[in-house]
Design a binder for this molecule. Structure first.
Ligand SMILES: Cc1cc2nc3c(=O)[nH]c(=O)nc-3n(C[C@H](O)[C@H](O)[C@H](O)COP(=O)(O)OP(=O)(O)OC[C@H]3O[C@@H](n4cnc5c(N)ncnc54)[C@H](O)[C@@H]3O)c2cc1C
Length: 442
């Protein structure tokens, strides 16, 4: 144990990916944090959910090769990304619309040039506009002088037609979970920078080959406990008190507390502390975007011909976006397909659960061009506040608060990124390293 680190009392509120990342980093520096989690399991908004005995998730998560900190910490806690992900080059296909874009397994920038050239169902002018757009972003070092809606950025760069409908809009929606008309162009450009401007493998899709808890939260929890830290489940923190000798949660004194809860929960904890008022009022102003996941259990032999299939097309009142073959991804879930619905832009939130499942079943039949058997069961999971709505110029809080020893982490805190797993993990790593620095300099 590093000198004195073990005597510094640290609490982390929230065992989502941000809180767990902070705890793992702190354990690595000899601290023994106590993690308080309101739920009965760690993982937060990226967690495993048992449905009829199947290890499924609260929502399909897609990671990309550029998620460096997530991959580093997974390795650190013994969760091997090579084994736990299916990795493949970026590919977006919406068969019903006759659209396909795939990055070939070539080095940069040839892969992008060839990917655009080979894109199916796209007029040449739209391919040229896309190539010019990426070149222009590179010239500007992926910096925008001012923020605006992603749709305005697209207009400025003449990104129109089918490429916009089936490539640029879905990229914005899946990366920011915010429709392009409302989404921050600056944050979108940050995502494009880290995927298209890094190494070729940064653009790779990483789809979990297991449930979300096995991917990181459970291994992180075991690591924290093995290093002398603690994880207290079903332990909601209702409030904290600031005293001259530290921060108190109930009767327990801590030198540092990291609030690693979603913005609305962090707000509840901060709102009664006058010193934290600026951060609390910032969080109270956020808007949120929903996400929906519909699971349908077909006979085990039913599947898609790929891990994921794009469902978009121009038919009126169409709601399908992406379908995933959960059995192909993870053999424990054979025959189970899932439908992922981002944001509320296409009106899926107006359907009740049975109507939503029935509608997606019919739409998938159209995409596949064949009839499907009736599902044995369906389950709809609606996350009403899946992520903050990533709008232009929204203020994001700093890790350090005005209260001595109180820090913030969570996907909303990492200002460069939309609300994602990588943003959450990075925010946790930053909060932990600030505490480690404070300890070193004291
Ligand atoms: C359906 C869905 C799909 C998504 N898809 C993707 C994707 O494809 N790719 C991607 O990168 N991201 C995706 N995301 C976003 C990603 O899941 C989140 O950005 C990330 O999980 C947020 O982690 P976090 O630790 O910041 O917050 P959270 O996961 O919200 O963790 C906070 C934790 O704090 C606990 N807590 C709150 N208040 C208290 C309290 N008072 N006391 C104790 N504990 C408390 C909560 O129970 C929770 O466990 C998706 C999210 C959803 C919901």
């Amino acid at each position: 144990m590093r000198a004195g680190a073990g005597n510094t009392r640290i609490a982390i509120i929230g065992a989502g990916w941000a809180g767990l990342a902070a705890a793992v980093e702190l354990c690595d520096s000899g601290f023994r944090p106590v993690v308080f989690e309101a739920a009965k399991q760690p993982g937060g908004r990226a967690r495993c959910v048992d449905i009829h005995g199947h290890p499924l998730d609260n929502g399909q998560h897609i990671l990309i090769g550029a998620y460096r900190e997530t991959l580093r910490l997974m390795k650190r806690v013994g969760a091997d990304p090579e084994r736990l992900f299916h990795r493949f080059p970026l590919e977006l296909e919406h068969a019903l619309a006759g659209f396909r874009f795939a990055l070939p397994k070539l080095g940069k920038p040839l892969n992008l040039a060839l990917g655009l050239f080979m894109a199916k169902g796209v007029p040449l002018g739209e391919k040229i506009a896309a190539a010019r757009f990426i070149q222009d972003l590179k010239r500007r070092r992926f910096q925008l002088a001012e923020d605006c809606a992603a749709s305005v950025l697209y207009d400025r760069h003449a990104l129109r037609g089918r490429m916009r409908r089936y490539f640029w809009n879905p990229i914005c929606l899946s990366a920011l979970n915010t429709p392009p008309e409302n989404a921050s162009a600056r944050i979108l450009v940050n995502v494009l920078r880290d995927s298209f401007n890094g190494t070729r493998s940064d653009t790779d899709f990483l789809l979990p080959a297991t449930d979300l808890n096995t991917l990181f939260p459970d291994a992180a929890a075991a690591f924290i406990i093995s290093k002398g830290g603690a994880l207290r489940l079903a332990a909601r923190v209702e409030s904290f008190k600031q005293e001259s000798n530290g921060i108190f949660i109930g009767e327990e004194r801590f030198d540092h507390v990291i609030i690693a809860a979603a913005p609305q929960h962090a707000h509840s904890l901060l709102k009664d502390h006058a010193a934290a008022e600026p951060a609390a009022s910032m969080l109270s102003m956020y808007a949120y975007e929903p996400m929906g996941t519909v699971y349908a259990a077909y006979p085990p032999e039913t599947g898609l011909s790929a891990f994921m299939r794009g469902m978009e097309c121009d038919a009126p009142e169409w709601i399908g976006q992406w379908a995933f073959d959960r059995g192909r991804l993870d053999g424990r879930n054979r025959g189970i397909l899932s439908f992922v619905l981002s944001s509320s832009a296409n009106g899926w939130t107006a359907y009740d659960n049975d109507a939503l499942a029935a509608r997606l079943h019919l739409e998938l039949e159209s995409v596949l061009g064949r009839a499907l058997p009736k599902p044995r069961w369906t389950r709809v999971i609606r996350e009403h506040r899946a992520t903050l709505s990533c709008r232009p110029d929204i203020p994001r809080p700093a890790a350090k608060t005005a209260i001595k020893g109180l820090w913030l982490a969570g996907d909303h805190v990492y200002a460069e990124y939309p609300a994602t797993i990588e943003g959450a993990v990075r925010s946790g790593v930053i909060a932990a390293s600030r505490i480690i620095e404070t300890r070193r300099s004291s």
